[in-house]
Design a protein around this ligand. Structure first.
Ligand code: 13P
Length: 246
């Protein structure tokens, strides 16, 4: 399976950063063995699509409805309209900051697929949940309720992002990543059948040029969702390089 490496710029980036996006596009163009994307703030999607057609550009969220009285929200169709090809849904920062439930995330994933965009559905346990021995139970519960089980597997990826590893420089042991990704694969197979073998399961949480090689070599780690280390070509390139050799 080709690896998928996606940068999540979160609430970072203005027009002044188009040069950095261009530098990332140049690096991605040379990495034919890897699928690479950047999920940008909504304000930058249209201009980045126009200037850097080589890059797959995505959103970081969408509303579950197509249109209507939802001030400040963006629909999947609007993302598609400006040239996005994917979006993240259910990121832990949105689950925490905006109180998004699994049902919300499920609705957003459905809306994304209905608009013809690929979707990256995020799951992950908190540190307290891991310390209580509940990491797998929590994550598999999120998968069960957040992944629309009746839509098949086309255009669907899952990102396992332990909340405690995001932006902290801390990463789970390779054994813990291996065990969680295997459990997610089994759960997806139970929900979606054999086609679940083609669903890419990304790891996210402090992935960087120093640890990407080890993380991306783990069974069932089919790519990465990268925050801080996706903000410059200098930091992102070694991750793409590691993925291209797997
Ligand atoms: P960091 O790579 O900055 O830890 O962020 C991970 C993440 O949340 C990607 O969605």
């Amino acid at each position: 399976m080709r690896k998928l490496i996606v940068g999540n710029w979160k609430m970072n980036g203005t027009l002044a950063d188009l040069e950095a996006i261009g530098n990332i596009a140049d690096v991605a163009e040379g990495m034919e063995a890897v699928d690479c994307g950047l999920c940008l703030p909504a304000t930058l999607i249209g201009v980045a699509v126009a200037q850097f057609p080589i890059l797959a550009i995505g959103g970081q969220d969408c509303h579950m409805n197509e249109s209507g009285a939802h001030t400040g929200c963006v629909s999947a169709g609007m993302l598609k309209d400006v040239g996005a090809t994917m979006t993240i849904v259910g990121h832990s920062e949105r689950r925490a900051d905006q109180g998004e439930s699994n049902a919300d995330v499920n609705g957003k994933a459905r809306a994304t697929r209905a608009a013809g965009l690929d979707v990256i559905i995020c799951v992950g346990e908190t540190e307290a949940e891991r310390d209580a021995g509940k990491a797998e139970e929590v994550v598999l519960g999120q998968i069960e309720a957040s992944v629309p089980g009746d839509l098949g597997t086309d255009g669907i990826s899952v990102a396992y992002e332990p909340v405690w590893a995001i932006g902290t420089g801390r990463v789970p042991s390779s054994d813990d990543v291996r065990a969680m990704h295997a459990a997610i694969r089994s759960k997806l197979t139970a929900m979606l059948g054999d086609a679940a073998s083609g669903v890419r399961i990304l790891y996210g949480g402090s992935m960087n040029g120093g640890n990407a090689d080890e993380l991306l070599a783990i069974d069932n780690v089919d790519g990465g969702l990268i925050g801080g280390a996706s903000l410059s070509a200098e930091k992102f390139a070694p991750i793409l390089q590691a993925a291209s050799t797997k």
